[in-house]
Design a protein around this ligand. Sequence first.
Ligand code: VGL
Ligand code: ZN
Length: 238
Amino acid sequence: MMGRRTAMAGAAAVVAAAGARGAEAQPTSLRPGFDDALLVIDVQNCFMPGGSLAVPRGDEVVPVVNALAPGFRIVVLTQDWHTPGHASFASSHSARKPFDVVRMSYGNQVLWPDHCVQGTPGAELHKDLVVPNAQLILRKGYNPRVDSYSAFLEADRRTKTGLEAWLKAKGIKRVFCAGLATDFCVAWTALDARRLGFEAVVIEDACRAIDLDGSLDKAWAAMTRAGVERAVSADILV
Ligand code: VGL
Ligand code: ZN
């Protein structure tokens, strides 16, 4: 009969083997380290339920972001920060309605309800977002003629926001993306991060999507092709 000590040693061996398999399946750690930054995208009132460009269940990202942020050395918050009458607003185009697509000098542009106008309550960060260790609040989309979903490059695909240089100056090699909306500003930010030489992880349960005509599936397909990793907050909060 197997003695108690032998049975325990056997159990320990099984646990060790399972641990080794786990390490093999996941070669890159998702634990935030010195080289990692958290980018918290557009957690603003206009994107919350009841807001002018409401993202369904957008408010649910707030506690998830609050829990994640203390684990990161570097945290950046972004704000969509449009001028009144911004070119991305349907109200700035005659005979156009929200969610129409128009051709602009830099390519196709979805027209949105007026949202995140500079200095208005709708442009403020959600009042329950508590991220005191964030070092940078980056505003984007303030060129009246050019939109900027991405936190790195405006929609003309040329004008830099300065975030790339800022992160590189801080020694950042990988960005974790959270916030709103998965299929627009989060996806464009993660895709540009890859183009600019960062590793990128999207934390799925820390994001919510607009999902306009299949935009969420398209965004995930593009992100997967570009090598963006898909994680959940439980993978990071270990
Ligand atoms: C966003 C549409 C327009 C976003 C911003 O934050 O995802 N979407 N402006
Ligand atoms: Zn916008």
